[in-house]
Write a protein that binds this ligand. Structure first.
Ligand code: ADP
Ligand code: MG
Length: 716
């Protein structure tokens, strides 16, 4: 994401308009997502090569990648296996030693080099006798007018695409920069530059100009310049994102008024009395924050800077609709909070909607809410892609729109559904509140879509993915945040063990023992087929397929054999909703003791007696997802066991899983996942709200993200 350049800026012109770019080059650049001159100037070097100092060939090692420079003294192509295989090799001499550089099965490499050429090579040795590199990066040194761009400096090395030479791109960027540098403007809401070269520290905006930063990112004079420049450009990205959010928010605040949904406890009191447990302190605190929003009381306590990483405490009491993210680890009791929130709206005479990412979860919510609300005289209605319930399940037409029968009643209702709530083309009249469960499974666009259904209803989005601060600030910068930071009492601990596949017989024996003692078990396999309520659910990282992925259907028989005589059910996304429903009902009623399932049960499923979970091929899941999965167990006082069976060949992959043995802290796990796998994986592929930062780094740039945020709050 780059700051919005003025459309009339010369930088908005296509690269193809530049001298030297024909259709072929333009197509190559397009493959690198370079379309405009601005894109070109923001094409970030992959690394830098200090071509003022070289390693002597005699000093190259096996452990460290380094650049050497020398002359080709011999080269040749050898073919073998009847010509189907080949190796091209040249020998480089720099006066200290010789270096063999080899390329396997790339015979055309031969035509790029000639004896006598001077070449840079970058790589590390695979052998020391003789010194050999396989497939090093190379660049032939040419003198001439433009030689100074490539040698005797810290040279940028760019990501390339087939057919695009490093040297050409570097020269091209240099020339374009010469010509267009003066058009690089400070961004609209940017922090004023101080022109300094010091790294920007939080709160002290000591920054080069944007134009300088762009030059420095390509052609730094010192190593440190590149990082100074990166930080400046990253700050611009964060500011661009946050000011867009801030503007959206301001626009929203100007146009909307909070519907009075504070409620009067008429339903809440009997509801809490029949619940069978007391709310935790954290649940109560969060409900206070929600009520303040819902009643239109203006600034809630949570809007102070210390308590939230959502929007700031601002001296405003305009009553705008709630826009709140509720974050709480798996099992922290978000559903009850959602129910209480719904009751506030219902008491106030409004309808409420609850959206969940899968049918199973929607049905579970529906069942719970029906059980809780029906005694209070409140109707719950289910609307999923395939299943409807309610009075008679039929639509009625009114003013050319399809309207559910229950809506014709004067009484307020809660509507529960999947994304079908968005797409079915029906309107919930008098909609006061929208709740989205498992927010991270939905894209920002979908969130907006649902909210636009009504006259600016209040919005509560709930997530169990503990979002690291950096991500929260960037992704949910336009939401207030409440956190449930306390688990209900009386929960057994979940012990987690990582085991290799050869321990499976013992694991099954252990599980049979637990089943005999009355517990139930989930057996989870990663799998390709995740087509439940598509397109919102794409959580499995195992979409790459592969023969070694054990498909649940295939495994079912094995599990049946391993757990006989106990009864085993099967749950996956390809089942019909009715079938899924039957399986879940049987599991809930303990008519089946083991549930073989895909990651489908990851979200929200709540069967307290199931206290054991076996996850096969655990290395195929992200850590945060495994944490979610094991959140299905440990839901009552029994001690629970989660066994992660890893088929991973590498020690590294097993070590990664050990994080789960060591900690139950969702935030630590999410941070680890963010570092290891990046934000896309942590949030699921559907997370459309996340821009592709060229320079910003969500793992390391918390200080910049904060700085951007403070700046935007004060100035936009
Ligand atoms: P999540 O936050 O993961 O959605 P749930 O809402 O499914 O968690 O709650 C997990 C379980 O804890 C449910 O069985 C729920 O009824 C129970 N629960 C929720 N709040 C409390 C509480 N204050 N005391 C005891 N049990 C609770
Ligand atoms: Mg839940």
């Amino acid at each position: 994401m780059s700051p919005p350049e003025n459309k009339t800026s010369p930088l908005a012109a296509p690269v193809a308009s530049l001298w030297g770019v024909g259709t072929e080059r333009a197509a190559q650049l397009a493959r690198l997502d370079i379309h405009t001159i601005e894109d070109l100037l923001l094409h970030r070097p992959r690394r830098y090569e200090d071509r003022r100092h070289f390693k002597k060939i005699s000093e190259l090692t096996k452990d460290e990648s380094a650049t050497a420079r020398g002359t080709i003294v011999a080269q040749g192509l050898k073919r073998f296996r009847g010509g189907s295989k080949s190796v091209f090799e040249f020998v480089l001499d720099d006066g200290t030693a010789r270096l063999h550089c080899r390329w396997w099965n790339l015979p055309f490499m031969e035509k790029y080099f000639a004896v006598g050429d001077e070449v840079f090579v970058f790589g590390k040795l695979v052998e020391t006798k003789p010194r050999t590199m396989d497939h090093p990066e190379t660049e032939v040194i040419e003198g001439g007018e433009e030689g100074f761009i490539h040698i005797n400096r810290i040279a940028p090395v760019y990501p390339l695409t087939e057919g695009l030479p490093q040297r050409w791109l570097r020269g091209f960027i240099w020339r374009t920069l010469e010509k267009f540098e003066r058009h690089i403007a400070e961004p609209a809401f940017g922090v004023p530059p101080s022109g300094g070269r010091e790294p920007a520290k939080a709160g002290t905006p000591n920054l080069p100009t944007r134009a300088n930063a762009v030059r420095m990112i390509h052609f730094p004079e010192e190593r440190a310049d590149a990082e100074i420049a990166r930080r400046r450009l990253a700050l611009d990205e964060f500011i661009a994102l946050q000011s867009a959010m801030q503007l959206r928010r301001k626009n929203f605040e100007a146009r909307s008024r909070a519907l009075p949904c504070g409620g009067d406890n008429r339903l809440m009191k009997p509801f809490l009395a029949q619940l069978g447990f007391k709310l935790t302190g954290a649940q109560t605190k969060v409900l206070r924050e929600i009520r303040a929003d819902m009643s239109g009381a203006g600034v809630s306590p949570a809007r102070s800077e210390s308590a939230t990483h959502g929007r700031d405490a601002r001296a405003t009491t305009t009553a705008t609709p709630m826009r709140r993210l509720l974050q709480g680890d798996v099992g922290s009791g978000k559903t009850v909070v959602a129910a209480c929130t719904a009751l506030m709206a219902l008491e106030s005479g409004f309808n409420a909607a609850l959206m969940a990412p899968t049918e199973i979860l929607a049905e579970q919510h529906f069942r719970n809410l029906q059980k809780w609300f029906e005694p209070l005289g409140v109707k719950a209605e289910l609307q999923t892609g395939s299943g409807k319930s309610g009075e008679d399940g039929r639509w009625k037409m009114e003013d050319g729109k399809r309207v559910r029968p229950a809506i014709l009643h004067s009484q307020s209702s809660i509507f529960v559904g999947t994304h079908a709530l968005l797409t079915s083309g029906f309107d919930i009249p008098n909609l006061g509140l929208v709740i989205i469960d498992e927010q991270h499974k939905f894209g920002v666009a979908q969130r907006e879509q649902l909210v636009r259904k009504g006259n600016y209803p209040h919005l509560l989005v709930m997530t169990a993915t503990p979002i690291p601060r950096t991500l929260g600030l960037t992704l949910y910068g336009d939401l207030d945040v409440s956190v449930i930071d306390e688990m209900p009492a009386g929960r057994g601990r979940v012990k987690t063990f990582v085991r290799t596949a050869d321990k499976l017989p013992k694991v099954w024996e252990f599980i049979r023992g637990k089943l005999a003692a009355g517990r139930q078990v989930y057996v989870i396999y990663p799998r390709v087929e995740e087509q439940d309520t598509a397109p919102v659910l794409r959580s499995s990282p195992a979409t790459e397929g592969g023969n070694d992925i054990k498909a649940v259907t295939k495994e079912l028989e094995n599990v049946r054999r391993a757990l006989a005589p106990f009864r085993v059910g099967l749950l996956h996304g390809r089942l019909k909703s009715r079938e899924k429903d039957e399986v879940m009902t049987a599991f809930r009623a303990n008519q089946i003791q083991a549930l073989v399932a895909t990651a489908l049960v990851e979200v929200g499923v709540d069967v307290p007696n199931a206290s054991i979970m076996l996850i096969e091929n655990a290395e195929r899941f992200g850590l945060a997802q495994l944490h979610q999965l094991r959140g299905r167990i440990g839901r009552d006082a029994h001690e629970s066991q989660c066994i992660l069976v890893s088929g991973a060949k590498t020690e590294e992959a097993r070590q990664r899983l050990k994080v789960l043995e060591d900690t139950a802290d969702g935030f630590r796990i999410a941070e680890a996942d963010l570092k290891l796998r990046g934000p896309g994986e942590l949030l699921g592929r559907q997370q459309s709200g996340l821009p592709n930062f060229r320079f910003g780094n969500l793992v390391d740039d918390l200080d910049l993200i904060r700085q951007a945020r403070e700046w935007v709050m004060r100035n936009v």
